[in-house]
Design a protein around this ligand. Structure first.
Ligand code: 3HC
Length: 523
C-alpha cells in the first residue's frame, strides 16, 4: 500500500473517527502524527487505537508484531508544531464551526505552505472552513464512515476554491489505503449522509408515531431490505448527537421537513443518551437486553392462496417448502387456518377475499397482500373485518412478512396471523395499516431521493451506488435497487405514500416518471 504523494500525515482529534482514521493511515504504512488538546484526551486516543487493533489481534486478523508496527507509526502529541513536516493533515475534532476554524487557523500557521489541509466534517460546509484560511485552494473534505477501519468509502469533497491537484492527491491516497474515493462537491450531507439520514429520521418518526416498534423496524430493514443493521442500531453506532447535527445541517440546506430531527432523537440527546458511546441510546448496551415475545405454539397451518401471478406462486411455494397444505380452489377453503389473497391488483384481491370470507371457517385469518390499497378497505369489503390483516412480503422470495392490523382487526388476530406466518418460515414484524408498511415506506422515499440526486446531476449512478454500498454496507446501491425492484413499482408505492402524507418530497422524482413512460431502466 502507498500514501501516493504523502508520506507523513497528521490527524487532529483522536475521538472515534480520528483514531479510526489514524489507524487506517498507519495500516497503510504512513507515518502518522496524532494531535489532541491535552494529555487526558491523548490517552483516550491511545486507548481507541490500542482497543481497535487489539480487537483485530484477538480475532486473528492481525499479528501482535504487526499491531506493534502500526502503533509504532503513530506519534502522539499535544503540540501542533509537530505537524510541521506533514504533507497532509486531517482534522477530526467535534462538529463546531468555531472550533474547526480555530484548528484550521493553527494548522495554517504551523504547516508547510504546500500542505493540504482536510476536514472530516460530516455536517459543516467545507467552503465555510476554507474561506477563513490563508490557503483555500488546499482545503478539501475527506469524509470517512464509521467504523473507519471497516467501511470502504471515503467521500472526497472539493469546494469551488479547491485546486484540482489537491483533490487528485487526496483521492490517490484514499485509493492507496485500499478504500474507494468518491469525489463530489460541497453540499450538506454529501452523497451518503444526504440519502441515509432522511431514512434514519423517518424511522425515528415511525417510532414516534407508534407505526411500529423499534425492534420491528430494525428487524424489518435487516430481514426485508438486507441491510447490515436496522436504523436504530445504526443511529446508536453513529451517535445520536452526530445524527442530530447531520440532520440539522441537511435541513438547513434542504428545508425539507423530513430532515427536521425527530422529537424522540432530540429527547434522547438532551437526556445524554447518545448511543453506544454512552451505553444507552435507542438500546441499552452492556446491561440486560429486552425480552423477546414468545411465539405461540400453533400447528402447521392449512393455507388458502388466492389469485394468480408471480406473488401467488411465490406464496404457494413458500407454503410447500414449510410443509403446509395449500388450497387454491374457492370451494376448498373450509379447513384453512390462513387464507392469503395474492392477486395482481387491489380490486381483484378485494373480490377474491370477499368471496373467501363467505366460506372460511370461524377463527380463520384472512390476509390481504395488496400494497396498493389500505388494508381496511379490503377488510370492510369482506363483511368480517375483525378477521382480516394485511400481510406484506416486501420481497416476494424473501423471508420477511409485515403484518398490519387495522382499527377493525379483532383482539389476538394479528398475533395469530404472526404465529401462522412464523410456521411458514417467515420472520414477522408488526405495524399499523399505513401505506408501504415498514420496509417500502422507508426504502422508497430513500430511493426517490437517490433518483432526484441523480436527476439533479450532483453525483452519477456509480458514485451514488458506491456511496451506499461501501459507506453504509448496503447490499446494493439505490440506483441498482430501483432497476431491480422496477421503476413502475417505485412510482406506484411513492404515489400511495404521497397520497397518504401529501409530503411533496414523496411524489415520484421526474427522472423516475420519465423513465417509466419511456419504458427504460435507469442504467
Ligand atoms: N472497529 C474496527 N473494526 C470493526 C469495528 C470497529 N468499531 N466493528 C466491526 N469491525 C470489524 C470486525 O473486526 C470484523 O472484521 P473481521 O471480519 O476482519 O474480523 C468486521 O468489522 C465485521 O464485524 P462484526 O462481525 O463484529 O460485525 P458485523 O458483521 O455486524 O459488521 C459492521 C459490523 C461492519 C459495522 C456492519 O454492521 C455494517 O456495515 N454496518 C453499517 C455501518 C454504517 O452504515 N456505517 C456508516 C454510518 S454513517 C457515517 O459513519 C457517516 C457519519 O458522517 C455519520
Amino acid at each position: 500500500m502507498t500514501g501516493g504523494s504523502f508520506s507523513r500525515v497528521g490527524v487532529v482529534g483522536l475521538g472515534t473517527m480520528g483514531a479510526g482514521i489514524a489507524e487506517v493511515l498507519a495500516r497503510g504504512g504512513l507515518a502518522v502524527v496524532g494531535i489532541e488538546v491535552d494529555q487526558d484526551a491523548l490517552e483516550r486516543g491511545r486507548g481507541h487505537l490500542e482497543g481497535s487493533t487489539g480487537r483485530a489481534v484477538k480475532r486473528g486478523r492481525l499479528s501482535e508484531d504487526a499491531q506493534r508496527e502500526i502503533l509504532g507509526r503513530v506519534a502522539l502529541s499535544v503540540d501542533f508544531a509537530d505537524l510541521g513536516d506533514c504533507g497532509l493533515v486531517i482534522e477530526a475534532v467535534p462538529e463546531r464551526l468555531e472550533l474547526k476554524r480555530r484548528v484550521f487557523a493553527e494548522l495554517d500557521r504551523v504547516c508547510r505552505d504546500d500542505a493540504v489541509l482536510a476536514t472530516n466534517t460530516s455536517s459543516l460546509s467545507v467552503t465555510d472552513i476554507a474561506v477563513t484560511t490563508g490557503r483555500p485552494t488546499k482545503i478539501v473534505g475527506v469524509h470517512f464512515f464509521n467504523p473507519a477501519p471497516v467501511m470502504k468509502l471515503v467521500e472526497v469533497i472539493r469546494t469551488v476554491l479547491t485546486e484540482p491537484e489537491a483533490v487528485e492527491r487526496v483521492a490517490a491516497l484514499v485509493t492507496g489505503l485500499g478504500k474507494t474515493p468518491v469525489t463530489i462537491g460541497d453540499r450538506a450531507g454529501f452523497v451518503a449522509n444526504r440519502l441515509l439520514f432522511g431514512y434514519l429520521n423517518q424511522a425515528a418518526n415511525m417510532l414516534e408515531s407508534g407505526h411500529a416498534t423499534r425492534d420491528d423496524i430494525d428487524t424489518a430493514m435487516k430481514a426485508g431490505a438486507g441491510l447490515p443493521m436496522g436504523p436504530f442500531t445504526l443511529m446508536d453506532l453513529i451517535g445520536l448527537d452526530t445524527c442530530l447535527e447531520v440532520l440539522e445541517a441537511v435541513y438547513a440546506e434542504s428545508r425539507d421537513r423530513r430532515h427536521a430531527p425527530s422529537p424522540v432523537l432530540r429527547e434522547l440527546v438532551t437526556a445524554g443518551l447518545l448511543g453506544r458511546k454512552t451505553g444507552r441510546g435507542f438500546y441499552a448496551y452492556g446491561g440486560a437486553r429486552d425480552e423477546t415475545v414468545d411465539e405461540a405454539d400453533v400447528p402447521q397451518p392449512v393455507v388458502g392462496v388466492l389469485g394468480t401471478g408471480p406473488l401467488a406462486d411465490a406464496v404457494a411455494a413458500l407454503c410447500d417448502r414449510a410443509g403446509s397444505r395449500v388450497r387454491t380452489a374457492a370451494a376448498d377453503l373450509g379447513d384453512c387456518d390462513l387464507i392469503i389473497e395474492a392477486a395482481q391488483d387491489a380490486e381483484a384481491g378485494r373480490s377474491l377475499l370477499a368471496a373467501a370470507a363467505g366460506t372460511a371457517r370461524q377463527g380463520a385469518v384472512l390476509a390481504t397482500t395488496s400494497a396498493a390499497a389500505p388494508v381496511i378497505e379490503q377488510a370492510m369489503a369482506t363483511g368480517r373485518p375483525a378477521d382480516v390483516v394485511g400481510l406484506h412480503l416486501p420481497e416476494a422470495d424473501g423471508t420477511l412478512a409485515e403484518i398490519a392490523a387495522t382499527v377493525a382487526t379483532g383482539p389476538g388476530v394479528a398475533d395469530r396471523a404472526a404465529a401462522l406466518a412464523g410456521r411458514l418460515g417467515l420472520t414477522t414484524v408488526r405495524c399499523r395499516d399505513r401505506a408501504g408498511y415498514i420496509v417500502d415506506a422507508l426504502r422508497f422515499p430513500y430511493l426517490n431521493d437517490a433518483a432526484a440526486m441523480l436527476g439533479a446531476g450532483y453525483a452519477d449512478a456509480d458514485s451514488i451506488d458506491a456511496a451506499m454500498t461501501l459507506g453504509c454496507g448496503y447490499p446494493t446501491g439505490p440506483i441498482a435497487d430501483l432497476d431491480r425492484l422496477g421503476l413502475d413499482r417505485a412510482v406506484a408505492v411513492l404515489r400511495a405514500l404521497y397520497a397518504e402524507s401529501r409530503e411533496p418530497a414523496l411524489s415520484p422524482a421526474p427522472l423516475l416518471e420519465e423513465h417509466v413512460t419511456a419504458g427504460r431502466a435507469l442504467r
